[in-house]
Design a protein around this ligand. Structure first.
Ligand code: NDP
Length: 480
């Protein structure tokens, strides 16, 4: 199957006619190819978006919302097809794609299709001076949206939906590693009646297509989710051009378990928060800190549960852990397991590649891996691995675990398990993390601000924050 770019309402070949192989990570085989686009395609996409902008910005919020809702409905109607495509492209269990990724993509569209109806402007009356200020929010024009491979359609729509709802036109690039559902979304947008040029999807490599979007002078706003190193290079290009930037970057999230926690809930959820999507969720808890009196009991039960997780064909029903996204990524994760051993870690479970039988014999699978015996400051415990690997670290005191939790450059999310709510709030406020969950994980209310502190990013997505990001405030002062 040959994917195409979606530019000016049409599915088109890349100008240079070059394509990139697209792999199924569960079989290790090429199963489709995608445009190897370059700045010529980005130029066409930006021109189409510019041409569509005035009409789209002047379309009423109600009508823009209606089109987004139609896209949401079509995503729901195509649930099975999209979920299967996501699973094949990414290696994630089909069940996860069906219950999390694709439903969330339609929720994103529906959320912003309705949120824009409630996005009000502000007015400030100046007592004594007899003047009023009112603040209007204009869409920027063409927004650039760049997303990663771990939650492909979920994160792609999380950016596109608020950008479009606010009246911008968009030039978007999905990860070249997982392009399939973005391609299917272009077909859906055509069916939903999204006007030509309002959304343009250009496939290809980050260093070509992504870089061309970021450096394009007619794209004044960039929303990026991906690695911290890529975020740095995007910021370096965008800053001197005074572009507005939203950066959602990496994480090294602490999962803090106090001895008074609800044990079963903490255990069950920690298995999930460690290994869901093969540990390739920016919010996964990769460092598990356990209060010493509970350490041995938790470790024993956790190891037993993790060893029982079925690693295998993502399309099979019982599979809990699918393939990691690419051979290159598998090698990176395995190299971190080697590093952990060099740093003195002991492997309690996993620690190796898994050979799955049958059609997945050449796929890229890693056994869920648990490591103990490492310091909180070592490289294994401070660098992002982004795979099915977690470490266990005991602690004695609250201040000690807060110091451990905060000792990385990242600050995306954290989880706290305790029945003592006073302590839960006290600890939460001292964690340098943009998102803190207490006695739960990945419970998301789309109205809340989403994003990280420190090297985990700049700005917040979610709720009205995203609509503010995708609009330019303008204050008008009237002397009465
Ligand atoms: P990357 O940073 O490698 O890539 C993200 C996207 O940027 C891809 O589409 C990529 O294209 C593109 N890109 C790469 N180089 C450039 C460039 N120079 N200019 C513009 N675009 C570029 O991240 P991954 O895809 O590997 O995703 C994993 C990372 O994403 C992890 O660090 C994870 O923590 C983070 N993440 C953060 C989230 C958050 O909300 N904070 C959520 C999910 C993931 P290509 O694929 O071709 O390289």
């Amino acid at each position: 199957m040959k994917l195409q770019n979606y530019i000016n309402g049409q599915l088109v070949e890349p100008v240079a006619g070059q394509y990139i192989d697209n792999y199924n990570p569960a079989t290790g085989e090429v199963y489709s190819c995608i445009p190897d686009s370059d700045e010529q395609d980005v130029e066409l996409a930006v021109k189409a978006a510019q041409a569509a902008f005035t009409a789209w910005a002047n379309t009423t919020a109600e009508k823009r919302g209606r089109i987004l809702m139609r896209i949401a409905d079509l995503i729901d109607q195509n649930l099975d097809r999209l979920a299967e495509a996501e699973s094949i492209d990414n290696g994630k269990p089909l069940k996860l794609a069906k219950t999390v990724d694709i439903p969330r993509a339609s929720s994103n569209m529906r959320f912003y299709g309705t949120a824009i109806q409630h996005f009000a402007s502000e007015a400030h009356y100046m007592e004594g001076t007899e003047a009023i200020n009112y603040t209007v929010r204009h869409p920027h024009g063409v927004a650039g949206c760049i997303s990663p491979w771990n939650l492909p359609l979920y994160l792609f729509t999380w950016k596109i939906a608020p950008a479009l709802a606010a009246g911008n036109c968009v030039v978007a690039k999905p990860s070249e590693v997982t392009p399939m559902t973005a391609y299917l979304l272009s077909e859906i947008c055509m069916e939903a009646g999204l006007p030509a040029g309002v959304l343009n999807i250009v496939h290809g490599y980050g260093h070509k297509v992504g870089a061309a979007i970021v450096s394009h002078p007619k794209v004044p706003v960039i929303s990026f989710t991906g690695g911290t190193t890529t975020g740095k290079s995007i910021a370096a290009t965008a800053a001197p051009m005074f572009k507005k930037l939203s950066l959602e970057l990496g994480g090294k999230n602490p999962n803090i378990i106090f001895a008074d926690c609800d044990f079963d809930n903490a255990l069950y959820t920690s298995v999930h928060s460690s290994f869901a999507n093969q540990g390739q969720i920016c919010l996964c808890g990769s460092r598990i800190f356990i209060e010493r009196p509970l350490y041995d009991k938790f470790k024993e039960a956790f190891v037993e549960k993790v060893k029982a997780l079925t690693v295998g064909d993502p399309l099979e029903d019982g599979t809990k852990v699918g393939a990691v996204v690419s051979e290159q990524h598998m090698q990176k994760v395995l190299s971190y397991i080697e590093l952990a051993k060099e740093e003195g870690g002991t492997i309690l479970a996993g620690g190796h590649q898994v050979q799955v039988e049958g059609r997945c014999a050449k796929g890229w699978f890693i056994a869920p891996t648990i490591i103990e015996g490492l310091s909180a400051e070592c490289r294994t415990n401070t660098e992002e691995i982004f795979g099915p690997v977690v470490t266990l670290i005991p602690f004695d005191a609250e201040e000690e675990v807060i110091e451990y939790a905060n000792c990385t450059a990242y600050g995306l999310s954290a989880t706290i398990w305790t029945q003592n709510l006073t302590r839960a709030h006290r600890v939460a406020h001292q964690l340098h993390s943009g998102i803190v969950w207490i006695n739960t994980w990945l419970l998301r209310d789309l109205r809340t601000p989403f994003g990280g502190m420190k090297s985990s990013g700049v700005g917040r997505e979610g709720g009205f924050e995203a609509l503010r990001f995708f609009t330019e405030p303008q204050n008008v002062c009237v002397k009465l």
